[in-house]
Design a protein around this ligand. Structure first.
Ligand code: MD6
Ligand code: FE
Length: 197
């Protein structure tokens, strides 16, 4: 895994923030329900060819937004080109950014320990961009019970799970409120770009 701290300039962070606002206008955020009927502690939406959804039938990618029943908003060129640039940093030169999952956490938001394994192709890297308040990110190993380390993800950081670490369990333990002024109303945004097929 790679943690590139503060690699995105403030201007670039603001540009990405504006893009996510426009995406959420066309593909509104929603709070997914897990297959056991619990609600996640974070709001989500996606852009690109696919979007990640969760409901009582399970976790999966769809080509249609679950509420609007429209196609997901297309992935902005800036997000796609940033993802390709970061993928090339881990020697993935034929990376195809097919979806960007956008998570929004209010100050009490969190995300349980999970593996990202809904993709058909589990080899390509997942590239994560953090915006707004700091988060305590947990990352362990390939087994749920492996020891986890805590990593502070701050606005402008890029985190990449690739190669051996691609299926490491990870999650968001907590958000540190009011640690960034990037988002007017506080909270944290996380974008994860993935190749699905
Ligand atoms: C988050 N991130 O940072 C949640 N998944 O809010 C993830 O779940 C994640 O950071 C795959 C790869 C990198 C990640
Ligand atoms: Fe994840």
């Amino acid at each position: 895994m790679i943690h590139a701290k503060g690699i995105l300039s403030r201007d670039l962070q603001l540009e990405i923030l504006e893009l996510t606002r426009n995406i959420a206008l066309r593909s509104p955020t929603f709070i997914p329900t897990t297959p056991n009927g619990n609600k996640l502690n974070c709001e989500m939406t996606s852009c690109g060819k696919y979007g990640w959804v969760s409901d009582r039938f399970g976790y999966r990618y769809t080509e249609i937004h679950p509420q609007t029943k429209e196609k997901w908003t297309e992935m902005p060129e800036l997000i796609s080109s940033l993802a390709k640039t970061f993928a090339s940093m881990v020697d993935e030169y034929d990376y195809v950014p097919e979806t960007c999952l956008i998570n929004y956490y209010k100050k009490t938001g969190k995300l349980g320990l999970h593996q990202d394994n809904s993709e058909f192709n589990l080899k390509p890297a997942i590239i994560s961009i953090s915006l707004g308040d700091d988060a305590t990110f947990l990352v362990g190993g390939n087994k749920r019970n492996d020891v986890v380390q805590e990593i502070l993800l701050r606005s402008g950081d890029v985190f990449i799970l690739y190669g051996e670490s691609r299926l490491y369990f990870h999650g968001i333990k907590k958000i540190a409120p009011n640690t960034s002024d990037l988002l007017k109303n506080g909270g944290r945004l996380n974008l994860t770009i993935r190749q699905v097929k």
